[in-house]
Design a protein around this ligand. Sequence first.
Ligand code: ZN
Length: 314
Amino acid sequence: MLLFIVCGLFSCTQQQNNRQQTDNQTQKSLEAPVAFSADSCFAMLVAQTDFGPRVPGTAPHDACLAWLQGTLQRYGAQIELQKANLQAFNGTYLPSTNIIARYNLEATSRILLGAHWDSRPVCDNDPDDNHLNQPVLGANDGASGVAVLLELARLMSQQAPTIGVDLVFFDSEDYGNSDYDESFCLGSQYWAMKAAQNKYQARYGIVLDMVGGRGAVFKKEKVSVNYAGDFVDAVWRRAAQLGLGSLFVDAPGGTILDDHYYVNQAGIPCIDIIHYDYGFAPTWHTINDTPENIDPMVLASVGRLVTSLVYRPL
Ligand SMILES: [Zn+2]
């Protein structure tokens, strides 16, 4: 009896070892051939917040646009600037620029990766009334998604992917009034109109928003599930295979009207990777949305997943 138990334990341990080996092999085969750097990504986040809040119509917004353009040029992207004066809910015209940075133009199989590069003009979720009219620095809400895409651009300049990659940096996402959903995402609404006119095609899209917060978890956002449920499942499965299952939790998330909604309107199945867990992070739309509250390892984990999807496409 004792012998039986010992043998049983042995075979169980053997099975675990085998499974572990298979998991390691799967992870290795899905890892990108280039290494996503947490340090480089975080530096590109700080480069944005160093300009100050990137509110459309302000000097830091202009300066950040020039920097983004220069950086993407240096990383070998084919750049298109999509400029428009977009009318905000309060009648203000926002001088807006969506930046489209393309890689591997001749590839017919393409993926769209998006993030918004503007930041919010008001800290209207700040608990201190004195802060309500200050602009948000947007380290997480804006700069984090952009930083992940810029680090990916740096990697693509070192080794071209086999699929086509269109990085889209949406402007004027966060100038809205929370009473009107459609007052947000003005840049992506404009992009979607143009994309439909131009018959733009991509197999699928991923929007990154608030992907660097300390203690972030990413659940399956419901608009994404409605429009592209199979793709959501495949992306979360990939995350688990890469050992990122504790960050990309297999559970329903919130319903968020973000840039991905409008990409879906243009006929591209698109999902949102966004930190939302019964509410946004505590720094959301407050003066505390600063680099000190960013975890570079969260940025790097999201980056590893996206890089894997680019170099080992689904
Ligand atoms: Zn926001």
